[in-house]
Structures are given as C-alpha cells and as structure tokens.
Design a protein around this ligand. Structure first.
Ligand code: AQP
Length: 332
C-alpha cells in the first residue's frame, strides 16, 4: 500500500495556503487511498526566533485543526514530531550524508536567513539543517509520496537525493519519495502582496487568511485584496497576479478552472465578493469543529498519544536498519 507522510509546522496560525496547498487534500484524498501519517512538525518551529509558550500553544492548535478539518485517526496517524525520537536520530545520519553546499542553496534558508540577518538576529544552525530533518521525517516512514504545496518541492528533491545517496553508499534502506501537489492553489499568494507566498509567519497579516478568522475578517481581507491595473477579469499569473490568486482560490473552493471562471466575471468587485463567500463557506465547518474539539483537550491528547505510538512502531525498524547500515555498532 502506498505510504504518505506530510506535516505542518507551528510557526503561526494556519492559513488558507496551508489548507488549500496541503491539509484539505490530506483530508479529502490522501487519508482514503494510502497509509498516511500527518504530523505537527514542531521541531521545525525552533529554527527561527521563537517564543516557547507560543510554539506549544500553536502545536496544540495545529493538531486540533488537523482533526477539525477532517483527518480521521481511524484512517490515518496524526502525531507530534517531537514525540517520536526516530526523527532526530535519523536526522543525524542524514547530516552525515548531506553536503553543506546543497543546504546553503535551499531557497527557504536564503530567504529566512536573510530576514533574520536584516532583523539583527543570528541565523540558527538548525535553519540550515532543517531540510535534513524534514528528509528524516519522510524517510523514517518509507513514504512513497509527500503531499505538499509548491514551496516545499526543493526540500522533497533534497530528500530524494539523500535517499539515493544513502542507498548507494550503504545498501538499500530508504524508499525514494516524490512530492505531490494539488491541481490548483498549490501556491496561494499573499492578498496584499501577490508576489509573495501567503505564509503563516508573515506579519502584519492583512494579506493572510487564517483558518480561524471569523467570517467578517475573511470577507474584509479578501475584499481589500490588492488587484491589478485594468478592468478586464482574466487569468494571467504573470501580468495580473492579484487577480490570478483570487481566481485560483475560487477555483479551489468551488471546483472548476481559474481561466474558465474568469470568463464569468465582468468586474473585480464581483469576483472578490464571490471568492470571499466561497472561502467563508469552506472554512466555517472547520472553525466550528475546532471550537468543539478545543473544548476537549484530553480527547486531542488521546489521539496524539496513540498517533505517536503508531508512528514510533513504524519508524523504529527502518531507523535501526539505517544505524546498522551506516556502520554503527548495535547496542550490546
Ligand atoms: N501559500 C501557500 N500555498 C499553498 N501551500 C502552502 N503551504 C504553505 N504555504 C502555502 C503548504 O502548507 C504545508 C505546511 O507548510 P509548513 O507548515 O511546513 O510551512 P511553510 O511551507 O514554510 O509554510 P508557511 O505557512 O509559509 O510557514 P512559514 O511562514 O513559517 O514559512 C506545506 O505542504 C506547504 O507547502
């Protein structure tokens, strides 16, 4: 059976980008067709300046939202990365497989490292090595597929390279995974800056729709979205990125294709209004279910405890095999 792994990192409140690019597809498609594991990858949230209490709070919120969106613990494994030691164990072996040059080339390292330096902060070593930990997240489970938004493609490519290299040097140990993307909205852009990805840690956030925003806030943010010059509603990512973003969001919410939807509108205002209502309708049940689940933290804990046990059981044999293959003496 196909195995799938993917995750969300608790660096901010989850966004419409996280939902359309990843979470929604995990719920609607992936958990039904494969043996799937979905994780709150909290160790990744420590790679930039962080507030410990906030990370803890956001981790719980992300797990609760994953369940609220419809991940079903009877069908898939939902867990928190730091509860399963195999991720960090394997990460070290993969650091011994990766070269520093290939990590310095990662776009996210260059962008986030640049932001940290500009803010006068030091760049954590873990920001450089985080794609190796992500490779460990995936390879520990022998995942065949990694459903992610487009921004994660480069990291999955690195994961593939490390798996192939490890297998060639030390004998076949890892499945070589591939990234999969949703058909539309694989890269949702910031509503105030359609040249940048909608990212959950971006401030101040007027261009970011959060999954827990109330309906009026969602409407306001979408109605104030930056659009492009001209009056004609057409789908042109290069010349009309603001409009293209709205059309992709609408297409992802309602089905259909962004270029075909464009033909149905003769004003930007009408497109914004329909997009806003479509997003409000899409997110309402998630927000309502989140409120119910958040009122029962012990229930969420029970799911996460079981998830971590299952994940550990799946990861340990492969990670132990990697320890032996690379030349480490078994414990005596
Ligand atoms: N804007 C986006 N459009 C489509 N997919 C997106 N994803 C993230 N942003 C968009 C996908 O969501 C999943 C979880 O992402 P992550 O938590 O690993 O972090 P990220 O990719 O770095 O996303 P963010 O929200 O932008 O976080 P920050 O601001 O902290 O960097 C992934 O599958 C991702 O592709």
């Amino acid at each position: 059976m196909t195995r799938i792994f993917s995750g969300l990192k608790p660096t901010g409140h989850l966004t419409l980008g996280n939902y359309l690019g990843a979470l929604r597809r995990w719920v609607e498609v992936d958990q039904h067709r494969a043996e799937a594991l979905f994780s709150v990858v909290d160790l990744h949230a420590l790679t930039v300046e962080h507030d410990p209490a906030r990370v803890r709070r956001l981790s719980r919120q992300a797990a609760t939202l994953m369940l609220a969106a419809g991940l079903d613990p009877q069908r898939c494994t939902v867990f928190v990365q730091s509860h399963v030691d195999e991720h960090t164990r394997l990460s070290y072996l993969l650091e011994c497989t990766a070269a520093d040059g290939e990590l310095r080339r990662m776009i996210q390292y260059r962008e986030k490292g640049g932001q940290a330096r500009a803010a006068g902060q030091s760049v954590r070593l873990s920001l450089l090595t985080y794609p190796v930990l992500m490779a460990a997240d995936i390879l520990a489970y022998g995942a065949d597929e990694v459903p992610v938004g487009e921004d994660q493609t480069q990291h999955v490519e690195l994961t593939r390279d490390l798996a192939v290299r490890f297998n060639q040097r030390y004998g076949h140990t890892f499945t070589v995974p591939r990234a999969t993307h949703p058909p539309v909205a694989a890269r949702v852009m910031d509503l105030q800056d359609p040249a940048s990805k909608m990212g959950k840690s971006h401030e101040p956030g007027a261009g970011i729709v959060h999954l827990l925003d109330d309906a009026d806030t969602v409407r306001k943010k979408i109605m104030r979205a930056v659009t492009d010059s001209g009056r004609e509603v057409e789908y042109d990512r290069e010349h009309k990125p603001g409009l293209a973003n709205l059309l992709e969001i609408l297409a992802a919410c309602e089905g259909g294709k962004p270029d075909e939807l464009a033909g149905a509108y003769d004003s930007y205002g009408a497109l914004k209004k329909d997009t806003a209502e479509a997003v409000v309708d899409l997110l309402r049940p998630v927000r309502e279910r989140h409120a119910e689940l958040a009122a029962d933290p012990a229930g969420v804990d029970a799911v996460l405890r079981l998830g971590a046990e299952r994940a550990r059981g799946l990861a340990r044999p492969r990670v132990d095999a990697a320890f032996r293959a690379i030349g480490l003496m078994p414990a005596v």
